[in-house]
Design a protein around this ligand. Structure first.
Ligand SMILES: Cc1ncc(COP(=O)(O)OP(=O)(O)O)c(N)n1
Ligand SMILES: Cc1ncsc1CCOP(=O)(O)O
Ligand SMILES: [Mg+2]
Length: 523
């Protein structure tokens, strides 16, 4: 902050420590921390609730001091209850004396007394940066902080802010009611507000009439930047202001420069608006949006249960060369395998072009989902993410399982190839769901692949807590010998040529399914 030692004086070493959240010698992880001082929105689209969600979505810890409680929904604000300044002060003291905040972000500060206690606490407990969102009127038009706060904002809060983020209405109010209806007027307002002392001014043009773009004007005292993005046509805009300011705070807390924090925050809001433009929450005019866009998918696409190891029973692995040879598409191959009784599918398309593979994978996801059969992608984490597959299968020279897990999240299936007990131990530690072990028998499908035999398969099974599927040279003639090995965690066989290097995939899958069923009842 200007007078309290703001981000301009961050030492370089502090920036990099925070930015990467590195591990210190005592193995203590420094986590970027934001404090939001704002009002509660019972509808959770804006205010404290939005701030907490944004920071969580951006990987930053956020503590909250509540200044007011609003009864609010998508129809508007029904009632506001200000908390006593003394109690706001107690909350501030409580967290400021304990945490090491990188950034304080303010939202609804509805009375001069509340601003006063904030200023007092910031002077008792200096923080590195202050983001001021001068909330005055809710998006539904309700006054959240009236003219009584204007003079303390202008004279004491703005001068210590590192950035202020008024919309055009708030900028106009702070400047005594000047007209702001064009980008040129926004620039001039930004300049006048900058003279009040904040290091940077961002005038948000979301409410500007007659503009197909959403234009925000950034001014740091020297340079102007017009930050433009296409306006998103949606009713779900409630909380955009709080979200933008909190996202700026979160990015600053991680060590970003101011301009890059603002650009990231604007992109975050645009993504969230786009992502949730047609969600329906509440019956009013202005709905909230989904802050966790990166984590969320179509709820229909969530697997409804955890990975079921019995799905490994008849594991069909596609092969582009075989499909070409028999003149069939991957989609037709997958359909036939499912119809024949395959219990899980893996797309192993080593030669496919990315764009073609992605389209085929999307079609296969649809087919598999409609049959309740999981679909995994071989090697290609990017394709799995892009088509929202149920998971991936990786080998020892592919991307490491722990990294795959961090990219795919907790609910995707990850299988890993293991030939040795050591690899099997590691697979468990790294968070794999199952092991593919082989080649059990010699195979022409995978070049230079060491055969481990039934003994090698048995050793991997014994060494692991994970379910195992056998692979390599397995077909109708030898599937029973595989299933006969004494290993309760051996759950099935994975096959390529026995199903797909065949004239009729459906017939061969049915036959193999029957053989496996019989071997199961016999043992
Ligand atoms: C079920 C199953 N098990 C093992 C493999 C082999 O994976 P990997 O070792 O990565 O070799 P490629 O398949 O990528 O050639 C598998 N695909 N599926
Ligand atoms: C991918 C793979 N990994 C180990 S063996 C193998 C190939 C299995 O193919 P097939 O079932 O045709 O022997
Ligand atoms: Mg691989």
């Amino acid at each position: 902050m200007n007078s309290l030692g703001g981000i301009r004086s961050w030492p370089a070493s502090w920036r990099s420590t925070t930015a990467s959240m590195t591990t210190t010698t005592e193995s203590v992880r420094k986590v970027a921390q934001v404090l939001t001082v704002a009002g509660s929105d019972s509808g959770a689209g804006a205010g404290i609730q939005a701030d907490l969600k944004v920071c969580a979505a951006r990987g930053v810890y956020c503590a909250s001091v509540i200044t007011a409680v609003t009864a609010q929904n998508t129809r508007g604000v029904q009632s506001v209850h200000l908390l006593p300044p003394q109690f706001v002060s107690e909350q501030l003291k409580s967290v400021l004396s304990d945490f090491e905040f990188d950034v304080v972000k303010t939202g609804m500060l509805a009375s001069p007394e509340i601003v006063e206690v904030l200023l007092q606490n910031l002077s008792d407990f200096p923080v590195r940066a202050l983001v001021v969102d001068p909330v005055m009127v809710s998006t539904s038009g309700h006054v959240l902080a009236g003219s009584s706060v204007l003079s303390i904002f202008r004279e004491r809060l703005l001068p210590i802010a590192d950035i202020i983020t008024p919309n055009v209405k708030e900028a106009s109010a702070l400047l005594g009611g000047v007209r702001i209806e064009t980008v040129a007027e926004m620039r001039s307002a930004a300049k006048s507000l900058h003279e009040m002392g904040p290091r940077v001014v961002l005038v948000k043009g979301g409410d500007l009439p007659d503009s197909s773009d959403s234009v925000d004007v950034y001014f740091d005292g020297k340079e102007f930047h017009e930050l433009r993005s296409p306006r998103v046509a949606t009713r779900n805009t409630h909380g955009t202001g709080c979200t933008l300011a909190s996202c700026i705070a979160a990015e600053l807390a991680k060590g970003s420069s101011m301009l890059s924090a603002v650009k990231v925050a604007k992109r975050f809001v645009d993504n969230a608006l786009n992502y949730s433009k047609d969600i329906a929450i509440g019956s009013g005019k202005q709905g909230p949006f989904d802050h966790f866009l990166g984590l969320k998918k179509d709820p229909q696409s969530y697997r409804c249960s955890a990975f079921n190891p019995d799905d490994l029973f008849l594991y069909a692995v596609t092969d582009s060369r075989m499909n070409q040879k028999w003149n069939r598409s991957i989609v037709d191959a997958v359909k036939a395998a499912i119809e024949g009784g395959a219990t899980i599918i893996q797309l192993r398309e080593k030669e496919a072009e990315t764009r073609v593979f992605l389209e085929e994978a999307k079609s296969c996801v649809e087919i598999c989902r409609s049959h309740g059969v999981c679909l995994l992608i071989n090697d290609r984490i990017d394709i799995a993410l892009a088509c929202d597959a149920d998971g991936v299968h990786v080998g020892q020279s592919d991307m490491p399982v722990d990294l795959v897990r961090s990219l795919l999240g907790p609910d995707k299936i990850i299988g890993v190839s293991c030939k040795t007990p050591e690899q099997a131990h590691q697979a468990w530690k790294d968070g794999a769901d199952y092991i593919g072990s082989g080649g059990v028998f010699p195979t022409n499908t995978k070049a230079n692949n060491r055969t481990i035999g039934l003994d090698g398969l048995g050793e991997v099974c014994k060494a692991s807590k994970l379910p195992v599927v056998a692979i390599g040279g397995i077909g109708i003639s030898n599937a029973e010998s595989v299933m006969r090995i004494d290993a309760p965690n051996l759950k099935g066989v994975a096959v390529v040529s026995a199903l797909f290097d065949q004239e009729c995939v459906l017939t061969q899958t049915k036959k193999l399914h029957k053989t496996l069923k019989e071997s199961k009842t016999e043992h």
